[in-house]
Design a protein around this ligand. Structure first.
Ligand code: AMP
Ligand code: GLY
Length: 428
């Protein structure tokens, strides 16, 4: 089978690695991919335009498309392929636009949750012309205030304000001054949920589903979860507070109603559903849906999958995912990201990276790297590379990550030393 994977980050590197291990694959092509992915797959540069992707698929006899990131799904790549009889039967892992709205419109996602009785924070949405009503609603809530741009805003669309004044100011920026462009023409204001977060991943054919290992990500740049939000500084899987009992609640109160809700709303859905959860005193609440895997969670989740992922994808396409037997290692996998100094604000690129040959017993998933002269690898982004290791305990896995981090070097190398630390405190 010939597979095309779309994306260029460490998440796609981890997905590509799992696909490349499959017995069912004859060729893996990744667009645009990156220097790490090019070691295990052919990287090509297809324009992000739906028609260009479709043309490539036709000309190259691709059998399956796996979409790593949300943008092509929000742009309707799955619809475009379905509407053309030449690609109608292509296997596509990723929903059509209607399903992708679970991520591309927070208002749609909240409405979906309420309609299907899925636990989530109380909320109201407001359009550009409703600033005064929005401010009145804010006044009925208590601090901190959670404001969310309705549309896709590159992970930056959620703002949490500590005071009413800040929240009002932020609301004006979003609604009246288009802080996030079109994405903030509508804003969701919701109740703040106090608890600890966890990411749950589901693969579904729209009827049957398979729950993948859960994970926790670390979003802030600074240790102790301080400072600016990033694309993710690390992750761990499994998550110790996600007990069997908690995960059963997640399945019964969230996953089942979500899949049934999609069916009731006549939304055909084949792909991943990433459920961002808050554990509030043992009860799960949905913070957000995403229609793809998480980054950097995938870098800890995918290495744990032992069964053939391409077989799962094939069964998704055929609507027979119930026949899949997911096998997951009990080992813990942890990921620590190396980032450029200054990230997520200004940072320098083009720094020479050394020490790759010295790492042991670990996966290196590339994100912001590029080929330099000869065999040299240079930094080319804020999040540079993910170091992912196994252990029989989280401590052991993290120990290996940090040992390997010592071996890789580049000017300005920055990382968090406290990945997983909050969970160790929980265990104590
Ligand atoms: P999102 O972009 O939807 O992932 O939201 C970014 C982050 O904001 C989440 O990971 C949470 O840490 C936080 N967040 C979002 N909604 C809430 C909420 N209702 N209560 C508390 N924290 C939230
Ligand atoms: N780790 C959060 C995300 O992928 O959106």
């Amino acid at each position: 089978m010939k597979i095309l994977l779309l994306g260029s980050g460490a998440r796609e590197h981890a997905i590509a690695q799992k696909i490349a291990e499959s017995k069912k694959i004859s060729k893996l092509i990744v667009s645009p991919g990156n220097v790490g992915i090019s070691q295990i797959a052919e990287c090509v540069n297809i324009s992000s335009d739906n028609e260009a992707i479709k043309q490539y698929i036709i000309e190259n006899n691709v059998d399956m498309l796996v979409v790593g990131n949300e943008q092509p799904l929000a742009d309707g790549i799955a619809d475009c392929l379905f509407e053309d009889e030449r690609t109608r039967n292509l296997m596509v892992i990723g929903p059509k636009q209607k399903g992708a709205a679970l991520e591309s419109s927070k208002d749609f996602a909240k409405d979906f949750m309420i309609r299907h009785n899925i636990p989530t924070a109380r909320y109201k949405s407001f359009g550009k012309d409703e600033l005064n009503q929005a401010i009145d609603f804010l006044k009925t809530l208590s601090a901190p205030y959670v404001l969310k741009a309705d549309g896709l805003a590159a992970g930056k669309g959620v703002v949490i304000s500590e005071t009413l004044e800040q929240a009002e100011e932020e609301l004006k920026e979003m609604l009246a001054n288009a802080k996030f462009g079109k994405a903030s023409e509508k804003v969701v204001i919701e109740e703040f949920l106090k608890g600890i977060e966890c990411s749950v991943f589901v693969l579904t054919d729209g009827k049957h589903y398979c729950v993948l290992p859960e994970a926790k990500d670390y979003k802030r740049i600074g240790e102790g979860d301080t400072g600016l939000n990033t694309g993710g500084m690390g992750s761990v899987s499994p998550v110790n507070f996600a007990s069997k009992e908690f995960l059963e609640k997640v399945e019964n109160k969230i996953i089942k109603p979500t899949i049934e809700g999609l069916q009731k709303d006549a939304i055909e859905y084949k792909g991943f559903i990433f459920i961002g959860l808050m554990n509030v005193e043992g009860e799960p609440y949905v913070i957000e849906y995403n229609v793809r895997m998480g980054d950097p969670e995938t870098e800890s989740v995918f290495p744990r999958i032992e069964s053939d992922i391409v077989e799962a994808f094939e069964l998704v396409a055929k609507g027979r995912l119930n026949e899949y037997e997911l096998k997951v290692t009990e080992k813990v996998c942890t990921t620590v990201f190396l980032v450029s100094k200054g990230y997520p604000e200004d940072y320098q690129k083009g720094k020479v990276m050394t020490g790759f040959e010295r790492v042991v017993d670990c996966n290196l998933f590339h994100a912001g790297t590029k080929a330099g002269e000869g065999s040299q690898i240079l930094t080319s982004g804020g999040r540079v590379i993910a170091i992912s290791c196994f252990g029989s305990t989280m401590q052991e896995a993290l120990g290996k990550c940090y040992e390997n981090i010592e071996k890789i070097d580049f000017e300005g190398k920055t990382f968090r030393r406290d990945i997983g630390k909050d969970l160790m405190n929980l265990e104590a």
